[in-house]
Design a protein around this ligand. Structure first.
Ligand code: ADP
Length: 152
């Protein structure tokens, strides 16, 4: 059976932290579906089209990776795509606590699913989309925090 994982997130915008998790997960799975969540209630900073375009720019040539947008529950996307794994990155103990409850509730709702965590690479442990957005809002340079070639 193909090992398919969903990497869900807002990617608002994509950072080197996301890129690192995805590249490190490539040898572990046959297919990685990057699911860009469209949450009606949460207004994003960048429109979904731009967030998807950046991901395509970075990963478009990688045969194991698919990029799509979704609304609703991540486990429902997993069911539709036959994915048995959800991939998440862990930076801090706060990430862990948050992820633990979501991962365990997902397991109760969809027992076939397992959440796989990769620890953040140490150099990216402090990188987050929200910090990158703050720097952009205030006119700073985010080059070192976002993947090569991403321009705002
Ligand atoms: P969400 O809004 O679902 O948290 P994000 O786009 O912020 O979406 O993050 C998607 C995933 O990427 C999450 O699992 C998050 O923990 C992980 N992630 C984000 N930044 C980093 C980083 N610097 N290092 C490792 N994982 C990260």
């Amino acid at each position: 059976m193909e090992k398919i994982t969903v990497f869900p997130g807002s990617f608002d915008p994509v950072t080197r932290g996301h890129e690192s998790i995805i590249r490190r997960a490539l040898p572990l799975f046959d297919k990685i579906i990057i699911g860009v969540g469209e949450n009606g209630e949460k207004k994003s900073f960048f429109p979904v089209e731009r967030r998807v375009a950046w991901l395509n720019q970075i990963f478009g040539n990688e045969p194991k990776i698919r990029i799509l947008t979704y609304t609703g529950l991540t486990i429902d996307l997993c069911r539709r795509k036959n994915a048995r794994f959800i991939l998440r990155g862990l930076r801090t103990s706060a990430d862990f606590e948050f992820e633990r409850s979501i991962g365990q509730v997902n397991k109760l709702m969809y027992p076939e699913i397992d959440t796989v965590f990769l620890l953040s690479a140490p150099e990216y442990a402090s990188v987050s989309s929200s910090i990158v957005r703050d720097i952009i809002r205030n006119g700073g340079d985010v080059k070192q925090f976002v993947p090569e070639g991403i321009i705002f």
